[in-house]
Design a protein. Sequence first.
Length: 88
Amino acid sequence: MDLSVGGKKKLLSLVDALPQGPEFQCTPLKVVGDIIDERGNKREEILDVWHRDPVEVIADLLENISFKDNMKWVPERRFRDRENQSRV
């Protein structure tokens, strides 16, 4: 199977054509490690945590018509056996 897309520009254009969801947000997070530096302090590092608002993600999924035939709006009972004795 040939998975080549014809170069970097073509790949990026295909990625950009994908459906867009909620915007990503970047939150800096200070992490204190257990390694001691030369001054006797624990080493620290600022990490960028990229995330989306979970409420916006759920709303986006619920509004997506691609999933309309797979949405269940009432509770279901699932069982492991045919006698409906062992619930999942």
